[in-house]
Unconditional design. Sequence first.
Length: 289
Amino acid sequence: MVNFFFLYLIVVGLAFVIYNIQRLSPFLHFVSEKNKVFLLSFSEFVNSPFQVFFQNLKTLPVYVFWEMGFVLAITGIIGWFFLWKKGKNLFIYFSLWTLLLYIGVCLFTRILYPRYLIFFASLMTISTSYLFSYFKNKINVLLSVLLLLSFLLFDYFIFFDIKNVPFPPVDRGQYLEGWTAGWGMREIMDFAKTKSKEKPVVILAEGDFGMSGDVLNVFLNKDDRIFIKGYWPLTGKEIIDNYQELKKSFVYIVISHQDILPQYLNNLNLIKKFDKPGKKSAIYLFELK
């Protein structure tokens, strides 16, 4: 109990520090606004308490198993039930930690992504560790080999074939195939750096946040003659407003959020279309003439 409360005090202290650092930002209120996208409000829950429950009830185990590489999750469940033989109180304590969190997430989570469920992986890892302590060496060697093979399967694709990583569909959309994935951004900046040797480059980015404004800035060096302007939304008006930049700079437009391109882009010169895996979305690089 002394160890528990000591560690708990550290966690509370860290949480207090992190929250108060966030208070220094004038945009902290956006956190609560964003929470409304992902979580049911109290009034929404009262009006319809089971509106997301049954769907999450089925989806959550799939996400947890998939993100853990399956084998670790299975050994975790086996180890969990072996706790019953050691002592019912320990089993009940551990079960409550898992089941109450499970029910809470299922009741209140409007949008569920696998990465939000990493704490379940921590709980499963604890019970897997107990399973290793329960068996003798030969079985532990077999379990270790199975775990290693499951990890290597995912790691192989991550290192050598990233387009085909066996993520669940929702993660493939977030990391590889959807508008949030940054395929082509490095190539766009390499192209811009080459052109900037002739004269300055202005890039009009669709989005003054994340994709694509911030992502393009990641590849920007201090001495680059490249200026990135993020607009949301990026419309024909913003492009017309930047015609004056053509007097002294190359002007390029990066479209990253639209599958059906608006008509005002028809008169621009398409330099390259960067298709993402699965070809469900793309990033376009246009030149303003």
